[in-house]
Design a protein around this ligand. Structure first.
Ligand code: ADP
Length: 290
């Protein structure tokens, strides 16, 4: 069982021939709404990868909440611990031009209200095999979730995205850190390999885009795993596909190398399709790519 404590947003996406400059208005094309947020995306990724998944998060009291809740439930994610709080839902305002260049403003909305866990949330974390968090909710909630996991023997996985420096106390309760190269650089304060982060956490996975992923742990294990070669169309959410699938493999107790190959396959399949949460692969699709 995997419990995700994280963010949920509705992405409000409009295409435009060119992105507006400050003060400029441009006439755009098609408008779409897509459920997003790293927390919700990774919960959906884990559920599609075959995991039993529960989501702890918050949506607002507006019309943007329903599609988010429905999308999680449709993927089979347990939304018992998804609360509705007064005020707006989290949204991402996204403009995309014809070269796929984008402008994004995120309004955290309800996600900012997730400042701590309830007793039921803590029980869910304690009863899980794996806790999965990201950094799009208040750090207090991430710290509380990770500390709860540590005390209960639940493996705490932190995808440290978006990049920021983190207090040593929080990192001391993380079992497995998942970062890309940029996030690793911010955490370490300099360009870093997975092994360079082992003074912070006991196990590190670094995603390397088309090159796959690298792993290091305090037992001295070092692994480099190539991603399956694919025709990449849109790598949006590839990191979420990777992290969600990795959490499932970890909860299933798979050997590290196998878990990494499986996660790389999930990321690679996601990269072959346009879109974000809609492009997250199923278990059968991941198996087929291996
Ligand atoms: P992020 O978007 O978070 O920086 P990455 O770009 O590193 O994450 O992608 C996450 C994972 O998705 C990679 O480790 C890899 O397994 C897979 N992936 C991403 N882009 C490609 C690609 N072009 N070809 C094959 N696999 C890819």
């Amino acid at each position: 069982r995997v419990v995700v404590v994280g963010s949920a947003n509705l992405d409000l996406v409009v295409t435009a021939p060119a992105l507006p400059r400050p003060g400029e208005t441009v006439l755009g094309g098609e408008f779409t709404t897509v459920p997003g947020g790293k927390g919700a995306n990774q919960a959906v990724a884990a559920a599609r990868a075959g995991g039993e998944v529960a989501f702890v998060g918050a949506v607002g009291g507006d019309d943007f909440a329903r599609p988010q809740r429905d999308n999680l439930a449709a993927a089979g994610v347990d939304v018992t611990r998804l609360r509705t709080v007064p005020g707006p839902s989290g949204v991402a305002l996204i403009a995309v031009d014809r070269h796929a260049e984008n402008l994004i403003v995120v309004a955290p909305g309800a996600n900012a209200a997730l400042t701590g866990l309830s007793a039921e949330d803590r029980a869910a974390v304690a009863g899980a095999d794996v806790l999965l968090c990201q950094l799009e909710i208040p750090l207090e909630a991430v710290a509380e979730a990770a500390a709860t996991a540590r005390a209960a023997g639940t493996v705490a996985v932190l995808n440290a995205a978006p990049a920021r420096r983190l207090p040593a106390e929080l990192l001391s309760t993380v079992d497995l850190l998942v970062v890309n190269e940029g996030e690793a650089e911010v955490l370490a304060g300099h360009p870093a390999q997975p092994a360079d982060l082992l003074d912070l956490v006991p196990r590190v996975v670094m995603t390397l885009g088309a090159r796959g992923a690298a792993y290091a742990d305090r037992d001295g294990l070092r692994l480099d795993v190539a991603a399956p070669a694919v025709e990449a169309v849109d790598t949006t959410a590839a990191g979420d596909a990777f992290t969600g699938a990795l959490a499932v493999a970890w909860a299933e107790g798979r050997p590290v190398g196998e878990a990494l190959r499986w996660a790389c396959a999930a990321g690679a399949v996601c990269a072959t399709r346009p879109g974000a949460s809609s492009s997250l692969p199923t278990r059968a699709e991941i198996e087929a790519a291996l």
